[in-house]
Design a protein around this ligand. Structure first.
Ligand code: OAD
Length: 232
């Protein structure tokens, strides 16, 4: 069986990482235009660095939860059985990897990576970023930015992702509000390819009616139970 899983902030919520649009979420406290757009970065780079520095530092304090671990186990087990779990996440944390997934496609980039806007150099980065830090390759200061996708930028690996959705037997969206495209449009790609669709979320998402099956409750409970049923 070939499964495509799209995950969002809800899968990491019970690890202690806040979501974006729920009560208390990042976009209820902050204007995303200030901290998650190229224009916001050009206007006030230190403010943007502070937002991502805090989130990067917070990663050291959180652990993967039962939903991450169940998806890691599903990827391993489907591989053994000659199938596949294509695990595609909008999350910039690395909790899927720490939960045992060997292959994760980060369509919105990764907090633990850095990129130089001046020369394109990119690598892992664990400390804070600031405009004073120089690029290890080109030596310029001010060009380093988190290697994440901001609003107005194109998400990564889209051709490969569309192909993987269409080539699956089952598409499952987990812990995502369905508010941000192109991720929110993947369920339509699945439907057009006659792939069965399933939504797992705390409550019906913006796209709920597009799914054949809908399972509601905390990801740490619903995902392990769903994985167990799938593998039974
Ligand atoms: P959202 O904050 O929009 O949605 C989180 C979803 O998770 C909501 O539908 C919640 O109901 C659900 N949820 C919350 N807690 C849950 C739990 N314990 N178990 C299951 N579900 C739970 O986050 P995303 O959909 O991931 O992009 O947001 C998509 C993108 O918008 C993000 O990647 C980010 C953001 O702006 C960028 O920054 C470019």
């Amino acid at each position: 069986m070939r499964v495509f899983a799209l995950t969002g902030a809800g899968v990491s919520a019970e690890s202690g990482l806040s979501t974006f649009r729920d009560a208390g979420g990042a976009w209820t406290r902050l204007d995303f235009r200030d901290v998650a757009t190229p224009e916001g970065f050009a206007r006030d780079p230190e403010r943007v660095h502070a937002f991502y520095n805090a989130r990067r530092a917070n990663l050291a304090k959180v652990e993967p939860n039962a939903a991450h671990r169940a998806l890691g186990a599903l990827q391993q087990e489907l591989g053994v059985r000659g199938g596949r779990l294509y695990l595609c996440t909008q999350n910039v944390d690395e909790l899927h990897e720490r939960g045992g997934a060997a292959e994760v496609v980060h369509m919105h980039g990764e907090l633990r990576r850095v990129r130089c806007q001046a020369c394109g150099w990119a690598d892992l980065w664990s400390g804070d970023l600031s405009t004073a830090i120089t690029c290890p390759r080109c030596g310029r200061a001010g060009g380093l930015r988190p290697d994440v996708v901001w609003f107005g930028e194109t998400p990564l690996f889209m051709e490969e992702i569309w192909e993987a959705v269409a080539g699956s037997d089952l598409f499952v969206a987990i812990g995502t509000s369905g508010a941000v495209y192109p991720a929110a449009g993947l369920v339509e790609v699945a439907r057009r390819a006659r792939v069965r669709t399933c939504e797992i979320n705390l409550q019906p998402s913006d796209n709920a009616e597009r799914f054949d099956e809908r399972l509601y409750g905390p990801a740490t409970e619903v995902v392990p139970a769903w994985v167990a049923r799938l593998l039974a």
